[in-house]
Design a protein around this ligand. Structure first.
Ligand SMILES: Cc1ncc(C[n+]2csc(CCOP(=O)(O)OP(=O)(O)O)c2C)c(N)n1
Length: 368
């Protein structure tokens, strides 16, 4: 630019926005379109990743049905988001810390949370929040965006302890409109903390379309203001999601700080099972356009082409997942009901005096 030429902020913005193109490796037809960036997972790893995605799709179908039968409580469907959720998690190590949103129960399960406990969480039972030792994770966050601030803190803790781990968190597109989102990425950037911030942009915050959430052309570009790398990825492409998360993890562990990942995806089902009807705000054309991008369909095509996958293999996983769900719900049913006094005992070391009376009241009722 000539010295006397005025800097034009409109041009600066356009230049920045144009740089955020969607990164893809495996296209809708199951073809590799970006050979140079292929993470080159081994055959075994590819099969394991597909197995986890198929298993998770069955879990979603079964959880939705269990909710309709009144056997589960809160449930946020996950079908369509398997690449964003499972492939990003697959790039992590066991010692990493997962701070999920309410839709991210699958990542918790693959991080080691027993399925029975996930079901108890859904039922609002406190045992669903008592994670086993070694499962480095928090319970799913219900307050939109709050997990972004917690993740900055968790990542700083990892750094101070000199551990070779990261803290990863997930939010939706709606979550990026919250103050906590900006505070989290800014703080992690300022402290060069080993954090990975994933936005699962499924195009809707309940019924509010993504376009109404922000004037920003991409959500990934919000990283620029925090001075951290941001990348827009095809969230229906398991190889691309794996690759960008793995790279982000490598950078974080090498002391190079946090990354913001925007994964473009779609939820095939309703927002939650609490009465949302997506036909009121999405068209069937939009649904079918996204169904063509299904991460499981394209990954299946790719693996079948490599002779790594078959219908028999998939049926085996489906049956296994159904059996796992059946066993876990049976165990959840057999768990003792929680009592009010138990909740109070867990909550307080020394109970406030105004609760003593209530405590004694419930203790009397429970012993009857
Ligand atoms: C601070 C806060 N405000 C409002 C809500 C109510 N609420 C629950 S889900 C949701 C939409 C979130 O959308 P998004 O972040 O895109 O995530 P998605 O559900 O699509 O995964 C809202 C507004 C909440 N839980 N927390």
């Amino acid at each position: 630019m000539a010295a006397n030429e005025k800097l034009n902020p409109v041009d600066v913005l356009s230049e920045i926005e144009a740089k955020f193109e969607m990164f893809q490796i495996l296209n809708e037809k199951g073809e590799i379109v970006n050979e140079d960036m292929d993470p080159k997972l081994s055959d075994e790893e590819l099969v394991e990743l597909m197995t986890r995605m198929v298993w998770t799709r069955v879990l979603d179908e079964r959880s939705t049905a269990l909710n309709r039968q009144g056997r589960l409580g809160f449930y946020a469907p996950t079908a369509g988001q398997e690449a964003s959720q499972i492939a990003s998690h697959y790039a992590l190590s066991k010692g990493d810390y997962v701070l999920p949103g309410y839709r991210d129960v699958p990542q918790l399960i693959w991080h080691g949370l027993p399925l029975t406990q996930a079901f108890l969480f859904s039922r609002g039972h406190y045992k669903g929040n008592q994670f086993p030792e070694g499962v480095n994770a928090l319970s799913p966050q219900i307050i939109i965006g709050a997990q972004y601030v917690q993740t900055a803190g968790a990542a700083l803790g990892i750094k101070k302890r000199g551990k070779d781990n990261v803290a990863i968190t997930y939010t939706g597109d709606g979550g990026t409109s919250q103050g906590d989102f900006y505070e989290g990425i800014n703080f992690a950037g300022a402290f060069n903390a080993p954090a990975i911030f994933v936005i699962q942009n499924n195009n809707y915050a309940i019924s509010t379309p993504r376009e109404l959430q922000s004037k920003a052309k991409t959500l990934a570009q919000k990283a620029v203001a925090a001075g951290i790398p941001g990348i827009l990825v095809d969230g229906m492409d398991p190889l691309a999601v794996y690759k960008v998360t793995k790279d982000a993890r490598d950078r974080a562990v090498a002391g190079e700080g946090p990354t913001l990942i925007e994964a473009l995806c779609y939820r095939f089902g309703p927002h939650t099972m609490a009465g949302d009807d997506p036909t009121r705000y999405r068209t069937s054309d939009e649904d079918s356009d996204w169904e063509k991008k299904d991460p499981i369909v394209r990954f299946r095509t790719y693996l079948e082409g490599k002779k790594l996958w078959s219908k028999d293999k998939e049926d085996e996983i489906i049956e296994q997942a159904k059996a796992d769900v059946k066993a876990a719900i049976k165990e959840a049913d057999a768990t003792d009901k929680q009592t009010v006094t138990e909740l109070m005992d867990l909550m307080y070391d020394v109970k406030p005096s105004n609760l003593e009376e209530q405590y004694e009241y419930y203790k009397g009722k429970e012993s009857k």
